[in-house]
Design a protein around this ligand. Structure first.
Ligand code: ZN
Ligand code: ZN
Length: 629
């Protein structure tokens, strides 16, 4: 909503007699101060009654007001009723269309404006170039560039920056560089546009080179770099960049804080996250609802749900996103009741839940096994809030029913849904069939899953799931077939990796990793644990393993899952009795889960582990997930 381009002071409009000027000022004042869409309609009625409909000033303000409240259809109607719209009215329309995501329509409106012989200015060119950038429409963008050059509008700095952005988005880096070279002053804003373009195309090295060339970097430039690094999953580089920013004495802003927090959340780096939080306090960075949500997400993704809650309670601005973050946090940490209560509180306080809210609360119900509550909430989504369930909501529901063993109901639901099921939804049902040993139904699901329309979107995880499904059924041939299919398709299996934060430093381990400087000690610890656990009656579970190979080999392959390496490193490098926090990128396997439970018992430590889907809080031989994950 705030993305509208700043507009010039409009020239006095001589079409209207002075006697009207007060009434007109009044109308404009009211339009600018509208607080919601409902307030616009009566003003609009007055406008029509007073014959102000074709006043371009008023049409302009009316369009912007509509855009502020996402009422794009209303805006289009207003525009259509305006007689001979001038360039300002067109600009307001194009801005509104861009803000509403109708980039293509924004471009057509511009073309229409030219066809109607309305002379463009910098502002309208700026707006339409933005649309071209978002639409990645290089062809029309170039035409506008040429057109602008003829009209002498391209020397304008804002227009130049927008053109650079457009070429950057379309990966035309030479054109972008040429525009940059033509600029009279090499300002940091233009450099930032280039850096951001490189990062968008994952050209991290190139971005770093450009970044180092900027002599005086402002907070926006630093933040662009940090944000881009986070998006490219270069988390440690992002952290390093943030530290450099501190050393150079540039004050971070709210956006920087949000980027840093999301890096910490991704890494599960609680100590760093806490440090960023104290930085926010120390530097009086405003905890607006974006920052509050980011803090809540960081704490809950680092398994520290109490701290997430206290941020929530302290937050002054609570928007729907704040509630959504808290609900998702509860869901992730297995706090089903709290998630449902938070949902109730939110509704009681008159905050309208969104689609995202329902994903969070349905997830919580599913992890907690609250089937009936979940089903009720799902129904209320459409009945009470008029939100049409999307594939992710049906996914939650399938998961909810499947986990509870109601796999046949789940299957029927898939047949009936209005939305086409995706491979995630089918995959979750297949997992449930495997867990509840509903093999015949599972096989039907496999057939759908591997049918042509899905096989395109199937990732390595799907094939592994199919293979695991068959091996748990004892059908080794089919299991091997799924593995072969995986190889044939050349789908990359995402390598398993786990990280652990010790003393504010992140240590990452891959499957069977032996690159860590303390590997000898790590493997020795693993051996020691193995002996101890066998004494506790632990023997590796093998039914979840893929191939039909000898049991000894299976046990060996299991023994080096990355989470075990991270765990053993944690055991040797941290104080006796302190908690360990591990983050794994994939789902934790049955065997590692059983093993970590026992480790928590014999070592007397709390072990918090985040895997792809959820948290496991291991303590004294038990896990918070109740062995259901
Ligand atoms: Zn494992
Ligand atoms: Zn668990």
């Amino acid at each position: 909503m705030s993305s509208l381009t700043p507009l010039p002071h409009l020239p006095p409009n001589s079409n209207f007699p002075n006697s009207n000027s007060n009434r007109r000022k009044n109308t404009i004042f009211h339009l600018q101060n509208c607080r919601n869409l409902d307030q616009i309609a009566p003003i609009h009625t007055n406008i029509i009654k007073n014959g102000q409909e074709h006043d371009h000033f008023i049409a302009f303000e009316l369009l912007r007001a509509c855009s502020r409240f996402d009422a794009i259809d209303y805006a289009i109607k207003v525009f259509r009723r305006t007689r001979q719209p001038n360039v300002y009215v067109y600009t307001a329309l194009i801005d509104a269309l861009v803000a509403a995501g109708s980039h293509h329509r924004a471009i057509t409106s511009y073309v229409q404006m030219i066809e109607n012989s309305v002379y463009p200015d910098n502002f309208v060119i700026n707006s339409v170039l933005k649309a071209c950038g978002l639409e990645l429409d290089l062809g029309i963008g170039k035409q506008i560039h040429c057109h602008g050059l003829k009209l002498g509008l391209c020397s304008n700095r804002q227009v130049k920056l927008k053109l650079m952005e457009l070429y950057g988005k379309c990966a035309k880096f030479d054109e972008m560089q040429k525009l940059f070279d033509e600029m009279p002053e090499r300002d940091v804003v233009a450099m930032t546009v280039m850096i951001s373009s490189y990062l968008e195309h994952r050209l991290v090295e190139r971005a770093c080179v450009a970044f180092d060339l900027v002599e005086v970097k402002d907070a926006v430039c630093w933040t662009t770099m940090i944000d881009g690094l986070v998006r490219n999953e270069e988390m440690s580089k992002a952290l390093e960049c943030f530290r450099r920013m501190q050393r150079e004495g540039v004050r971070a802003n709210e956006v920087t804080a949000v980027c840093m927090l999301s890096a910490c959340a991704h890494l599960g780096a609680l100590e760093l996250g806490k440090w960023v939080h104290s930085y926010i306090k120390k530097c009086y960075i405003k905890v607006n609802h974006f920052v509050a949500s980011a803090l809540i997400t960081m704490y809950s993704r680092c398994g520290s749900i109490e701290e997430a809650e206290s941020v929530f309670l302290e937050a002054k601005e609570k928007e729907v996103s704040t509630y959504n973050s808290m609900i998702a946090g509860f869901a992730l940490n297995g706090k089903t009741m709290e998630a449902i209560e938070m949902f109730q509180t939110m509704v009681n306080e008159g905050i309208r839940p969104t689609s995202i809210t329902f994903v969070g609360v349905l997830n919580a119900c599913s992890h907690g096994g609250f089937v009936d509550v979940g089903l009720k909430i799902f129904e209320s989504m459409e009945n009470d809030y008029g939100l049409e369930p999307r594939v992710e909501h049906y996914g939650c529901l399938i998961d909810l029913l499947g986990r509870a063993g109601r796999v046949h109901e789940a299957y029927e639901l898939i047949q009936e849904t209005r939305v086409a099921p995706d491979h995630i939804m089918l995959g979750s049902l297949l997992s449930s069939c495997k867990a509840h040993r509903a093999f015949e139904l599972g096989e039907k699901v496999v057939k759908t899953l591997l049918a042509h329309e899905f096989s395109e979107s199937c990732d390595a995880g799907t094939y592994i799931l199919v293979s695991n499904f068959y091996s748990s059924w004892g059908k080794w041939d089919e299991a091997l077939l799924a593995r072969a299919e995986l190889r044939k398709k050349g789908v990359e299996k995402e390598p398993g990796s786990s990280s652990i934060e010790v003393g504010g430093e992140i240590h990452e381990f891959l499957l069977g990793d032996s690159s860590h400087p303390r590997r000898e000690e790590i493997y020795a610890k693993m051996e020691e644990m193995d002996q101890k656990l066998r004494g506790e009656g632990y023997h590796p579970r093998i039914d979840g393993v893929l191939q039909d190979v000898g049991d000894r080999e299976k046990a060996r392959a299991l023994a080096i899952h990355s989470e075990r390496l991270a765990l053993c490193y944690g055991l040797i490098s941290s104080e006796e009795g302190s908690s360990l926090r591990i983050v794994k990128n994939l789902r934790v396997c049955d065997d590692c889960h059983a093993m970590i439970k026992l480790v928590s018992k014999v070592s007397g430590r709390k072990i918090v582990m985040r895997d792809r889907n959820r948290f496991h809080h291991f303590e004294n031989g038990r896990c918070s997930c109740g062995d259901y994950w």
